[in-house]
Write a protein that binds this ligand. Structure first.
Ligand SMILES: [Zn+2]
Length: 143
C-alpha cells in the first residue's frame, strides 16, 4: 500500500505506458522524434515538427523551471489536500516543452515563476500496475 494522497490516475495505454512507468527508474522520459530529434509532449503518433512516425522515449534531465502556476485552495476533486500548487513547468531540453504538474516539498507561497525545480515521482499502485506521477520540487533540496 502507498500512503500517497488519492489521485485520479491516468489511463495507461501501450503508447503512454513508458511515460507513466519511467519513474520506476527515477527518470522522466518524453517521446522524441528519431529523425529530427524534436521532443514531443503530449503523446503523439506523429512528430508535429517533421511528421515522422519514428518516435521513441528518451531520458530527460528531470530538471525544469516554473513557467506559470496557481495555488489551489479549494478541493475541486479528490486529490491532494489544498492548498497545493498546480504548475506548468518548462524543460530545458527544448523551448516550449512543458508539463502540467504539482510543485511539492515547498510551501505554496514560496513558489516563483522561473524557479528551478527537479522531478520527484509519486508512486500509486493500481491493481498490478504501478503509476509514477511526475511531480516537481525545488531543485536545491537535499542535494
Ligand atoms: Zn521529427
Amino acid at each position: 500500500m502507498s500512503d500517497a494522497p488519492f489521485r485520479v490516475l491516468p489511463a495507461i495505454t501501450d503508447r503512454n505506458q513508458p511515460f507513466w512507468n519511467a519513474g520506476r527508474d527515477g527518470v522522466l522520459r518524453f517521446q522524441r522524434c528519431q529523425d529530427c530529434r524534436y521532443w514531443i509532449h503530449p503523446h503523439s503518433v506523429l512528430c508535429p515538427n517533421c511528421h515522422s512516425k519514428r518516435i521513441a522515449y528518451e531520458d530527460t534531465s528531470g530538471r525544469a523551471t516554473v513557467h506559470t502556476f496557481s495555488i489551489n485552495v479549494q478541493e475541486w476533486m479528490p486529490g491532494p489536500e489544498p492548498p497545493y500548487v498546480v504548475a506548468i513547468v518548462e524543460l530545458p531540453e527544448q523551448e516550449g516543452l512543458r508539463l502540467t504538474t504539482n510543485i511539492v516539498n515547498c510551501p505554496p507561497d514560496d513558489v516563483r515563476i522561473g524557479m528551478p525545480v527537479q522531478v520527484v515521482f509519486e508512486r500509486h499502485d493500481d491493481g498490478d500496475e504501478s503509476v509514477y506521477l511526475p511531480l516537481f520540487e525545488p531543485a536545491d533540496l537535499g542535494t
